[in-house]
Design a binder for this molecule. Structure first.
Ligand SMILES: Nc1ncnc2c1ncn2[C@@H]1O[C@H](COP(=O)(O)OP(=O)(O)O)[C@@H](O)[C@H]1O
Ligand SMILES: [Mg+2]
Length: 276
């Protein structure tokens, strides 16, 4: 479990450029859940996850991961973080070397590293024959997969993804999400997904936290969130199009998928037909 308690963070504290990014944030992440962190640009999402990964030092409050303080170096084995546009950090000559880079730094044996590289490639849907190829010859979507596989090869218990599909074309985005929430999730990792895409959150998250100007505005299920127009508006977020449609039809129910929306609409049409 990850436990975040009363965390506040201010950049460039004590200077005229001081900027408070987080204010008194508390929440827990349970094992095996998919927690989405949503919010407008500048709401504090990236700061929050970097604190959870121990990359930014705490100024106040506490973060514990499986009972260890986030300042404890041992948490580096537990938490894997994939930054926005992670492919910008690829640098090795081959896909295999890039994915195996961090496990190698952990001092794992060659056999263990190559087993982990193969497993991570499978999880993100990269064909095995790309192993010896230069990552720079791959498509944008494939590069992103290599970068994510490099983190998965560390076998983190908690995987934090900062806008993992930003900038990908719709097909690559869809495939990547299917892999992350299929094979990767099945391997048992707890996923923390930073996203402002409400449709993705509807489909994949068990729970969503909404940040606005460094504060938590909401913590609950996506279904509960989509009924909260005022909160969404304050956070600068829009409910998914299917929920907007339900609202236009004066149906006060929330759907997480197209199929569910269809059922709700048909049910309500039938009710209306009966009344006529
Ligand atoms: N390195 C930094 N130095 C100064 N201010 C920063 C820095 N990083 C982020 N901020 C500010 O902190 C706030 C939160 O930023 P961030 O955590 O990146 O939000 P998000 O990921 O939701 O877009 C913003 O106002 C941003 O301008
Ligand atoms: Mg960000």
């Amino acid at each position: 479990m990850i436990s975040v308690k009363n965390v506040s963070y201010t950049y460039m504290k004590g200077t005229p450029f001081e900027k408070t990014a987080l204010e008194n944030i508390s929440f827990d992440v349970a094992e095996s859940e998919v927690l989405a962190i949503a919010g407008h640009t500048g709401s504090g999402k990236s700061t929050m996850i970097q604190i959870m990964a121990g990359l930014i030092n705490l100024q106040s409050g506490s973060v514990e991961i499986d009972g260890l303080s986030v300042a404890d170096k041992r948490i580096r084995r537990l938490v894997g973080i994939v930054f926005q546009y992670p492919e910008q950090q690829l640098f090795e000559e081959t896909v295999e070397l890039d994915i195996g880079f961090a496990p190698k730094n952990f001092g794992l044996s060659y056999i263990e590293i190559s087993a982990r590289v193969e497993e991570a490639m499978r999880q993100v849907g990269l064909p095995n024959d790309l192993k010896k190829v230069s990552p720079f010859e791959l498509s944008g979507g494939q590069k992103r997969r290599v970068a994510i596989a490099g983190i998965l090869a560390l076998k983190p218990k908690y995987l934090i993804l900062d806008e993992p599909t930003a900038g990908l074309d719709p097909l690559a985005k869809e495939n990547l999400l299917k892999e992350i929430f299929g094979a990767v999730k099945k391997s048992g990792v707890t996923i923390i997904l930073v996203s402002h895409n409400m449709e993705d959150i509807a489909r994949f998250a068990n729970r969503v936290i909404v940040l606005a100007q460094g504060k938590i505005l909401f913590n609950g299920t996506p279904r509960e969130l989509f009924a909260q127009d005022k909160i969404l508006a304050r956070a600068g977020l829009e409910p998914p199009p299917i929920n907007q449609l339900l609202r236009k039809l004066n149906i006060n129910e929330q759907a997480l998928t197209l199929d569910e929306a269809e059922k709700i609409i048909l049910k309500n049409l039938n009710k209306k037909a009966c009344r006529l």
